[in-house]
Write a protein that binds this ligand. Sequence first.
Ligand code: KG4
Ligand code: ZN
Length: 341
Amino acid sequence: MIILAIETSCDDTCVAVIKASGKKKPRFKILSNIISSQVEIHKKYGGVYPILAKREHQKNLPVVLEKALKKTKKPKIDLIAVTVGPGLEPCLWVGVNFAKNLAQDWNLPIVPVNHIEAHILVNFQFSPAVSGIQKIFPAVCLVVSGGHTQLILMKDFGKYKILGETRDDAAGECFDKIARILGLGYPGGPAIAAAAAKITNYKLQITNKLPRPMINQKNYDFSFSGLKTAVLYGYKNQPIKEMCKEVQQAIIDVLIKKTIKATKDFGAKTIILGGGVAANNELRKQFIENCKLKIENCRFLVPPKNLCTDNAVMTAIAGYFNLNKKTKNWRKIKANANIKL
Ligand code: KG4
Ligand code: ZN
């Protein structure tokens, strides 16, 4: 089956076409994956400006669709998948309305997709990950993006329980806000990671040490706003690259410690990572090291970097896993900024 997917939950306008087949062992082939980033537009605000983002999505979607279809040599599409939430409400509506127009023109069903679930399910695009499907669950999923930081227990496809989440800023938001304080531009995650990577001999002066918020608390929640405040009052006269290294390490320490705690507490067989922050090289590396050292027989799944940040391939894959939700009665589909897993 050929799925065309649309993702406009934040500041990337994304359309993808994939070929999906198989029930027990789903297989996916990416036919096109087009992303039009609005980074340049939002840079001067140091974050996403929703009304501008909405306007850009409206402008970009037809162009991005055209490109996506051209690349696939216009195959016969069977289904449209669209992100309905969570995300920025005005942006979500652009994608949802666009999907409805296509569904009407092409007489196709739509499957609504949850953005968080898509960040998780994109990990199942490779058949090796899927071939041992029974051994994957229960899994502990860490979704870390600009809008979310959540630890989720996944008992099976479609069966999720939120174990904990951030009480204030998301991890990506923390990277973005600190990068802004340090004058490093937007998006902050890649900028901080690049500056941190320049430090090879990491001997941090103790004065630079940042807190690891909530790291020893017996819950699965996070809090990152204190880090931003600590940087705001402590960064002056400190070498920027060292500060970046410490910021990145503080975030990584908390994310890994809490994920490993959840993995042990629930006897999880797999750790699944997703979201833009999962593109961070150090986070990926240190997760693998910690999994080997601290937990036995635990798989670690993380998407390729280009599928960690927002894209529509993940929407298409999540659509395939949610075929039971597809409907020709698509007029009822609504965007929902706060939809829960
Ligand atoms: O998943 P995503 O593209 O959009 C949301 O759903 O929010 O995540 C974007 C976030 C931004 O906050 C960005 O700074 C962060 O992911 N990010 C990174 C890296 N690449 C993107 N954070 C740390 N290291 C990176 N390499
Ligand atoms: Zn996202």
